[in-house]
Structure formats: structure tokens, C-alpha cells
Design a protein around this ligand. Structure first.
Ligand code: FMN
Ligand code: SF4
Length: 483
């Protein structure tokens, strides 16, 4: 267990020549020799699970998308590089350090599902990543690797929901990132059949000659694993990790550690070891209290730091691996301020298609801010507990459940964290900035503090309009919350 280097090289790969020199290109050559069905078999046999957060088996997704192929229109491969999860910087690190592997992986995916287009979707603000990817696309295209697959880097808005798979497909269709209703294997980009302004969600993709083509959406890290896996085979892939969570995982560690960083680790490495290896452990004189996997899963108390980083083990302790971006909390961290920060981020980023997610979410955020600032009373504590039970009612996407799970875990695991702020002698603190990472330099994460000025209506206006983003944008508002 410990550090590994399968997808994250020690030094950035900046030319196709260097990439080929380190073994790049063999995966695509092998895939062309094997053909689509055998490639899907290999990915399925490898046990690779999606690194975007949910850990869905990649081979199963590919097989299903291939099975839903339209007879008339080819599918699209969408590489999700929207990375907006607070505490996570691994996809941006990969796009900077290993862009050729992402593009080679996308071409193999296109071959497997019969796609004629592969797009890598990133936020418009990811300038360095865009340059790395675009120059790699040019090199790969000039070298003839793409054959008849059109490669493109597409930029989208700063919203957290741009990373949600169906929100991303909506953006590619020219609409705001409002999650669709349908479960996986839906229509893809350039959705056919609907009105241009109408969200595509309700209609499922279907097989057969009249069916619209599906889209295959995979996370950047998932796709970066494909070339090595196909070149070396499923058994090689399984040399690392556990039977249920094979391979490696690229982790981010930030928060109350000596340093911040991103590194690739063998799956199954204990969480505490990851925090030590990447973050250098606790700061002098401090004691670690908990870690939080982005804003997606319940807190992991320090007593559970021996838990192996696998999907099953993290689930078994009542949390989740998520995108393996750990925000570490120590005995100087005010957990009420952290809860208020998480709640604010999720309530602001909620699109408002589901009323409880936006309304209960904002109410929880306001009450938690009052608690953190030591201006709350018993009614606020009861109100938070009450709204946490309803915030995820009828939720269309997972954002509302994230809100429920994280805040519920703070109340459950650290019952005094909020209550101590009712003591009039307890000083108030501002909510912790729980926001995306802009960069990690010299062992220090730079946070996107502009997020703290974002209003719940997704503007950066001085005063919030009180409208949910879905209503404001339906009235012709600006589709991008960026100022
Ligand atoms: C609110 C929300 C935000 C998400 N953001 C991202 C993201 O930034 N990048 C990503 O790859 N997946 C993100 N996901 C997960 C995607 O919806 C999807 O599961 C993933 O892209 C699938 O790829 P995988 O199977 O390779 O993991 C997000 C999900 C939710 C609910
Ligand atoms: S659960 Fe929240 S973020 Fe997701 S679609 Fe509904 S309102 Fe939007």
C-alpha cells in the first residue's frame, strides 16, 4: 500500500514524443486490434470503477451504452473534467500532468461504444488545463491517432452542477447545468426530438433505428486509467488495490495538515496513511479530529482513519470514498463553522428545480451560520435537525442528499459542536470557506474565495434576487454565474 504512479507521472508529460517514450499509445493500438466487444470485456474484467465519486463499474456503463447504440447516429464520449468539488484537485492535476493519457483513453472509449466524437468538458476558468489538453489534441490528431473521431475541448460555466453528469450534458446541449430527471443511459448531446429550450431529461434513450444516440460520460481519472489497463490487461490492473476496488486512486489532501497536495495511491491504503503521506499529518501540537471527502459524504472521525480507501470500506463505516478529496479537520477547527460552510456552498449551488433542496438548504445554511456566529438559540438547533430530514425530499440529483448526509453526520458524530455555540461565553466564528480549490502551490491550496460572494440566484450581484436559478434563467437571465 502507499504511493503509486500509473496515471499521475512524477513529471508532467508535455509532448506526444515523451508520452510514446513512456509507453503511451499502446492501449489504443491494442484496442484497435482487439475490437470493441473485447475492449469492453477487458474493462469489465479489470473491475475499474468510476473515479467521479459514485464508483460505478466502468465496464458495465460501457457495455450498456454500447447496447443502446442508435442505428442512425453515433454516440458521443464525454470526459468529465468539470471538477468543482471543494477539497478536490485531482482531475486538474491529471489534465496538467498527463493530458495525452486522457485523450488516448477517450479514443479507446469512442472505439468501444461506437462514438464519432469525444469531448473533454472543463470549466472556462481552467485556462492551464485547456492549453495542455488542446495542444495534446492537436498533437494526437496530427499523428493520425484520432482517425474518424472528432476530438474537442469544451468549456462550461463555473457552477458545481456543471460536474453533475446530466447537468454537463445539458450544457453541451446549450442550456444551463440543470440536472435531468432520467437515470443513466439517457439521450446524449445534441439531444434529438425535443424543443431546443426544453431540458432533455424525461425521455430515455432507446435501442433501435429511431432511437437517439446515448452519451458515455466518464470522469477524467477514470478515462486516464484506460490506456494502461487496455495495453497491459485486466490482471495487471488488478495487481493494485482490492478485489472490489482494484487499481489506484488519485487523492487530494487539504485542510488542517502540514501541507496540501495531490498524489496517486494504491486503493486500500488506509485514510490515515494517505493523510500522512500527502499532507504530512497533523500540524505541530495539534490533533486530527476528522476528515471530510469533499462535500459529498459523512465526516470520518479520526478513530476511523485506519479505514482502507476503498468504495466498500468507506461505505461500511457510514461514509464514502467520493472523489477522494479529503478536507482534514483538527482540534482547532470549529466544526459548526465547517458545517455552515458546507451548507452555504451546497445551498447556493442548488439549482432550485426541487423546492426542498433550495429552500430547506438555504434555511439550514442560514441557521448554521447563526450557530457558528454564536447568535443562535435552541429553536435554530431544532430547525436544523428538522430541515435536514426534508432537504432531500423529491431530489432530482444527489446534491440534496449530500447536504443531508454531511450535516446529519456533524450533528450525529459531534453533538457538542453546534450546541457549544449556544453558550453565551463561546465566541462566534465566521463560517469556514468550503469552496473549490483554484490551485495547489508549494504545498498550499489556494481557494476560490470569490465563491463566498456568489448569491443563491447564481449571480454575483450585491443583493440576491430571491429567485431560484432555474426561475431566473427561465426568464432569460445570464446562464453563467461567473461575473
Ligand atoms: C452535484 C454533483 C457534482 C458532481 N461533480 C462532478 C465533477 O466535477 N466531476 C466528475 O467527474 N463527476 C462529478 N459528479 C459525478 C457525475 O455525475 C458522474 O457520476 C461522473 O462524471 C461519472 O463518471 P465515472 O463513472 O467515471 O465516475 C458530480 C455529481 C454530483 C451529484
Ligand atoms: S436536487 Fe437540488 S441541485 Fe439537484 S436538481 Fe434538485 S434542486 Fe437542483
Amino acid at each position: 500500500m502507499g504511493l503509486a504512479s500509473r496515471v499521475l507521472p512524477g513529471e508532467p508529460v508535455t509532448s506526444l514524443e515523451a508520452y510514446v517514450g513512456s509507453g503511451g499509445g499502446r492501449g489504443l493500438a491494442t484496442a484497435r486490434k482487439l475490437g470493441a466487444p473485447a475492449v469492453i470485456d477487458e474493462v469489465e474484467a479489470s473491475g475499474l470503477r468510476g473515479r467521479g465519486g459514485a464508483g460505478f463499474p466502468t465496464g458495465v456503463k460501457w457495455r450498456t451504452v454500447a447496447g443502446f447504440a442508435s442505428a442512425s447516429l453515433p454516440a458521443t464520449v464525454v470526459v468529465n473534467g468539470a471538477e468543482g468539488e471543494p477539497g478536490t484537485f485531482k482531475d486538474r492535476t491529471l489534465m496538467r500532468a498527463n493530458p495525452y493519457a486522457i485523450i488516448e483513453g477517450a479514443l479507446i472509449a469512442a472505439l468501444a461504444v461506437g462514438a464519432d466524437r469525444a469531448v473533454i468538458a472543463i470549466k472556462a476558468s481552467f485556462e492551464t488545463e485547456r492549453q495542455c489538453l488542446e495542444s495534446a489534441v492537436i498533437d494526437v490528431t496530427n499523428a493520425g491517432w484520432a482517425e474518424d473521431v472528432a476530438l474537442a475541448v469544451i468549456t462550461g460555466p463555473g457552477e458545481y452542477l456543471f460536474g453533475e453528469e446530466t447537468g454537463l450534458l445539458e450544457v453541451l446541449d446549450g442550456r444551463p447545468p440543470f440536472p435531468r430527471t432520467a437515470p443513466p443511459f439517457r439521450h446524449g448531446v445534441d439531444d434529438v426530438g425535443g424543443e431546443p429550450d426544453e431540458p432533455a431529461g424525461a425521455v430515455m434513450a432507446e435501442p433501435g433505428p429511431t432511437g437517439a444516440p446515448p452519451a458515455l460520460a466518464n470522469n477524467v481519472e477514470t478515462i486516464a486509467n484506460i490506456p494502461g489497463l487496455v495495453a497491459e490487461g485486466a490482471d495487471w490492473f488488478r495487481d493494485f488495490g482490492t478485489p472490489e476496488s482494484p487499481g489506484t486512486i488519485v487523492c487530494t489532501v487539504t485542510g488542517a495538515t502540514r501541507r496540501h497536495g495531490v498524489a496517486e495511491l494504491e486503493m486500500g491504503t488506509p485514510l490515515g496513511e494517505a493523510i500522512d503521506l500527502i499532507g504530512g499529518g497533523a500540524r505541530r501540537g495539534r490533533r486530527l479530529v476528522a476528515a471530510m471527502s469533499g462535500v459529498a459524504n459523512p465526516l470520518v472521525p479520526a478513530e476511523r482513519f485506519a479505514t482502507p480507501l476503498t468504495y466498500d470500506d468507506m461505505q461500511h463505516i457510514g461514509s464514502g470514498l467520493g472523489a477522494a478529496g479529503f478536507i482534514v479537520l483538527d482540534d482547532h477547527t470549529d466544526l459548526a463553522a465547517v458545517a455552515a460552510g458546507v451548507s452555504r456552498f451546497l445551498a447556493v449551488e442548488s439549482c432550485g428545480q426541487c423546492t426542498p433542496c433550495k429552500q430547506d438548504g438555504l434555511a439550514i445554511a442560514e441557521m448554521l451560520a447563526r450557530v457558528s456566529e454564536s447568535e443562535a438559540n435552541e429553536y435554530d438547533l431544532a430547525g436544523i435537525a428538522d430541515r435536514v430530514t426534508t432537504v432531500a425530499d423529491e431530489a432530482r440529483c444527489f446534491l440534496a442528499q449530500q447536504h443531508q448526509r454531511v450535516i446529519d453526520s456533524v450533528m450525529r458524530l459531534f453533538p457538542d459542536a453546534l450546541r457549544q455555540h449556544l453558550d453565551p461565553n463561546q465566541p462566534g466564528v465566521r463560517p469556514e470557506p468550503i469552496v473549490p480549490i483554484v490551485d495547489i502551490r508549494d504545498g498550499h491550496a489556494e481557494l476560490d474565495l470569490r465563491q463566498l460572494e456568489k448569491q443563491p440566484d447564481w449571480t454575483f450581484d450585491a443583493v440576491d434576487s430571491g429567485k431560484a436559478p432555474v426561475d431566473r434563467l427561465a426568464e432569460g437571465g445570464d446562464a453563467d454565474g461567473e461575473p
